[in-house]
Design a protein. Structure first.
Lengths: 358, 246
């Protein structure tokens, strides 16, 4: 039976992917997500799964690649600098069409940065740091419940498209506690099922035709055809995986754009502005790729400014501008380095912006 | 008439892309013949490296995947978790394993991962055109050490069997050479032992196969064989570095 429990973000994330069918975890300790490998080391062996602490993030992503190539439902979690180290592996996963579920509990940068929450991984996760033409769907939940629901679904999405899927939760999400309703566990995929369910996987199962999982295609025409095939998949993902929540866009004088925990802060700012007689709306991208550009067509004629609220120097602005198409001024309210804006700070800065664009 | 020799089903009936006199073909064949003789072809999963043998999966007739440069032991560790009852091996060159992939091989060995690694040591980067490898001998010319490797400039060559033998994790470590029919027969025995150790659940097994690269050594195939036997094996002594009862 489903049950509502109070859980810390990182532990809820781990429980959700196990219930979503993940049985293999490969990880390397990094703040602020180290509760995840700790949880997995305790729980997976009890649930018919395997936990392996990797020697590095490079090891972890490549273990997950081997696991996925062999047909297993694998999961890895890390935080910003660790995700940076995994970029080569992500390019390989996409090129070889290997499904894996990824979780980035992001922190401040650049470099080792800080261990405080940050959203400056936006470009890293939506543009990708690996080589070649590839895309990875990225979901940015704003509550632990939403994170649980997406992580529960993510292994299935990864398998459907034979592609990695990433969930981006900033450090706040990992460390906070909220009540969550945990979904029913999905059935196990046993190693005996793999040749039937995933005939493309390497399984050493004498199933007739042998399997080869690879990204190397030395003949240019063969690689070109493969990349075109990948992009047919990505076009399909753009149609199927775009997710967005819009609030109070009609009559809004100002529209906030924010994802993850910053969307919650923007919601508080909306209420405070409302009390001062200023109508505010919100576009909350849940999928960062595919980005919900079409949602920006719903911005009304009454809107005088679009304000992005981010824990980065405005990495989402490029996408917002593509959605707004120059119809309304786009501005940024941000803090970085692990500093968090207060809702009052957002309200004051927004009022100043509204004066400027008057 | 009774055939005196049949080609193993373990090798696909295609020409390899390896240069004349290169011993990749010999190494491929003894590994695949061994799997065939042990009845393991349909139960085996292999991991190909980056380097000349990135295309090993075009020749070896088992389920295979590629790994990023040096990461084959991590990939095999992942595969092993999903298929605990299958046979898993990695096939890696010296640039792949002893340079960029040193972290992965050391940790897989230390964990006592239940797979086998076949390490092709020809002392040079073949595919990229003959650059110095961590296993290039002192005095050996390469495109990044044109006057010969020096200790002052590039340090000393790495002895991987000896290094891994300092760990408690591995179950079986042997260095063999592909320089003569007698040594190739001995190499095949070592390959068989590596798989037997894996099947017995004893842990990590590792066979280093001294190999030639006539193209990048700038030698004819017979000269390359002679150099391997006389110079290379002098620095990399053949033998068992960790033994296991099977």
């Amino acid at each position: 039976m489903s049950e509502k429990v109070l859980m810390k973000g990182n532990e809820a994330f781990a429980e959700a992917v196990i219930r979503g069918g993940v049985r293999f975890y490969f990880g390397y300790p990094i703040t602020p997500q180290s509760e995840i490998p700790e949880f997995m080391s305790r729980e997976l062996p009890k649930r018919g799964g395997k936990f392996l602490q990797a020697e590095s993030e490079l090891g972890a992503i490549n273990m997950a690649y081997g696991c996925g190539a062999a047909g297993g439902n694998g999961f890895i979690s890390s935080s910003s600098p660790g995700i940076a180290l995994m970029q080569e592996g992500m390019s390989f996963l996409c090129g070889a069409e290997v499904p894996v579920t990824l979780l980035n509990v992001s922190r401040g940068g650049p470099g080792i940065g800080s261990i405080q929450p940050g959203q400056a991984d936006y470009n890293q996760v939506t543009r990708g740091g690996g080589n070649g033409d590839y895309k990875i769907p990225v979901f940015a939940p704003a509550s632990i419940q939403e994170a649980v629901d997406i992580l529960y679904e993510a292994p299935e999405i990864a398998n459907r498209y034979r592609n990695p899927v990433m969930v981006l939760a900033d450090g706040l999400m990992g460390q906070m506690m909220e009540p969550v309703l945990l979904p029913e566990p999905k059935p196990d995929l046993t190693s005996a099922d793999i040749p039937k369910v995933k005939p493309w996987a390497i399984s050493g199962s004498e199933k007739g035709e042998r399997s080869v999982v690879k990204s190397l295609r030395l003949q240019p025409e063969v690689l070109e055809a493969h990349v075109e095939h990948l992009f047919e998949k990505y076009a399909e993902m753009e149609k199927e995986l775009e997710r967005v929540e819009c609030e109070s866009l009609e009559d809004a004088e100002v529209v906030f754009v924010a994802f993850g925990t910053m969307a919650r802060l923007a919601r508080e700012a909306m209420e405070l502005l409302e009390a001062q007689g200023i109508r505010a709306g919100l576009i909350r991208p849940i999928s960062l790729w595919p980005f919900p550009y079409a949602a920006f067509d719903r911005i009304s004629d009454k809107t005088r400014a679009v304000v992005s609220v981010e824990l980065s120097m405005g990495q989402m602005l490029q996408d917002i501008n593509l959605g707004v198409k120059g119809r309304v001024p786009v501005r940024l309210v941000h803090r970085v380095g692990g500093m968090l804006p207060t809702s009052i700070e957002v309200v004051e800065k927004t009022k100043k912006i509204l004066e400027e664009v008057r | 008439m009774k055939p005196v020799f049949t080609v193993t089903k373990g090798m696909l009936p295609v020409s390899t892309s390896y240069c004349p006199g290169c011993t990749h073909g010999v190494a491929h064949r003894i590994i695949m013949e061994t799997l065939d003789e042990m009845g393991l072809l349909g139960k085996t999963l292999g991991v190909a490296p980056i380097g000349c043998s990135v295309v090993a999966h075009q020749f070896m007739n088992v389920d295979m995947c590629e790994a990023a440069h040096g990461r084959a032991p991590a990939v095999a560790s992942g595969i092993r978790r999903v298929h605990p009852d299958k046979v898993v091996f990695t096939y890696q060159g010296d640039g792949d394993l002893a340079s960029i992939g040193m972290g992965e091989i050391v940790h897989a060995a230390a964990r006592g991962e239940k797979f086998s690694t076949f390490f092709i040591n020809n002392g040079i980067y073949g595919m990229t055109g003959g650059q110095m490898a961590p296993t290039t001998l002192i005095g050996q010319r390469s495109t990044t050490s044109v006057d010969g490797r020096t200790r002052e400039q590039a340090g000393m060559p790495l002895k991987i069997c000896e290094l891994l033998a300092t760990l408690d994790g591995p179950a079986y470590i042997e260095r063999v050479s592909l320089d003569s029919p007698a040594h190739i027969r001995a190499a095949k025995k070592a390959v068989r032992k590596a798989f037997e150790v894996q099947l017995a659940g004893k842990g990590f097994s590792f066979v280093e196969l001294l190999s030639t690269c006539p193209t990048n050594w700038g030698l004819t195939p017979p000269e390359a064989m002679k150099r391997m036997k006389e110079e290379v094996a002098a620095y990399y002594p053949l033998g068992v570095y960790r033994d296991a009862e099977v």
